[in-house]
Write a protein that binds this ligand. Sequence first.
Ligand SMILES: Cc1cc2nc3c(=O)[nH]c(=O)nc-3n(C[C@H](O)[C@H](O)[C@H](O)COP(=O)(O)OP(=O)(O)OC[C@H]3O[C@@H](n4cnc5c(N)ncnc54)[C@H](O)[C@@H]3O)c2cc1C
Length: 463
Amino acid sequence: MKRRNFFKFAAAVPVVAMVPGLSHAALASASPKKILVVGGGMGGAAAARYLKLWGGNVVEVYLITKDASYSTCIQSNLVITGAQPLSSITRNYSVLSSSGINVQQNQVTGIKQDGAQVLVSFSTPPKLHTPSQYDHVILSPGMGPIPDSIPGETRDFSLSFWEGNKALDLKNALDHIPNKGTFVISIPSGAYKGSLAPYGRAFAVADYLQSRNCKIIVIDGHADFVSQKNDFVAALKSFGSHLLQTPSKYSYYAGGTVEYYPGATLNSVSLKDKILHTNLPINFGSTKDGDIPYHAANVIPPQKANLDFASALLEGGAFAPVNAQTFASTVTGYSHVYVIGDAAFLPLPTTPATSVPKSGHAAVDEAKIAAAAILRKIAGRSPETSLVLSAVQYNAIRSTSAHKGVYAHAGYQWDQTHDSWVASGGFLGDPSNTKDQAANISQENYNQGLTWRNALLADAFGR
Ligand SMILES: Cc1cc2nc3c(=O)[nH]c(=O)nc-3n(C[C@H](O)[C@H](O)[C@H](O)COP(=O)(O)OP(=O)(O)OC[C@H]3O[C@@H](n4cnc5c(N)ncnc54)[C@H](O)[C@@H]3O)c2cc1C
């Protein structure tokens, strides 16, 4: 779907305080239920908000989250370059609280389903009147680093900077880079959230550091850009780089401010010497080929669902398998537990295997689908069958010298025959789909990205 039509479609959906396809009367006659939402990020905030908006007095909604406020990763690149304040990506829970949702700051440490009830434990005893037993639980705890996945990195992944609330820490590191210094960003081949954001971050940082003549090195675990290759090659060229090849036929982009090295393996990090040890057949000015000295680095670790407190839901995998139509866990004995957002596994029937991207936009859509499925179940109805969700990414390429960005969208619909999500349009995450991919680095994309981010946060947090 073209973006113009996508926005037109999104704007045309009426905001009604009713579960789609379910009358107020059908729900009003149901017996009241207690529902817990775990994780107050994009998916969790939206799930709590829509459960209450649609469920009214039939549901008591509890939202448990670790922190008093939430800073989204979405467009954190603009906070890193100082183009936007941290407050632009930060929301508290005041609107959700005032709309009748019981919001509490706490950490869930365990869940267990016992018959039709889900028993929940917390790191600190929950405040008075909070039951620890619920009829349904929605988990949206996001994803985080796989422990010890990068030799040499500390256990708290000191170079990760991949959460929204770490944006100012990376800005601080960039502000201490000397003239002609080097910033390296490392992208894992395994799962991570915000698939195109590392590329966006590299260009936004290059623009931010341009007056200091710094070099930006991107080492990518993938064989090529994850998608939007035309956009990112155009961006590389705009920063003066071009395609080069080693005698052994390894291809990369260099010669300008931003260098791009695909197919890279990060073997280890020397925090003390500030060197990234890679497999690259390139000399970066060190005694050993592949060793990259840095002044500041952003090493994105491979990630998995933040579900250590409910590891049974993973069935040994990195993400939780769910029913594609409702987001209820498919693990035996957990039918009243739903998993949405980055923590859920939504495979697509493709070869090679792919899945719905880890996306905040998708997490908000999934929240609404899970909330509707629960409320329909409470009303004794079967789940909706006409379901769609979208992944959307805007990435600024320049936010200091100019305001320019790129845009990517992918649409998915639930396929009843295969009980699976299937791609229905767009091209995010599908490098083989080249249609509609002409490079477009524009001010319109930059501005629309800000509008879209604000609308998405308002949809989830009510402001
Ligand atoms: C740099 C970057 C740029 C991105 N850009 C885009 C973009 O342009 N478009 C897009 O759609 N997506 C983007 N994303 C991805 C997006 O941020 C995530 O997909 C989205 O935040 C997932 O939402 P979630 O609800 O699953 O998890 P999160 O938003 O991560 O929220 C999880 C919440 O759960 C809390 N929590 C975790 N465990 C517990 C527990 N045990 N008890 C209580 N609380 C807990 C956490 O503290 C957190 O508040 C980007 C990501 C990055 C890193």
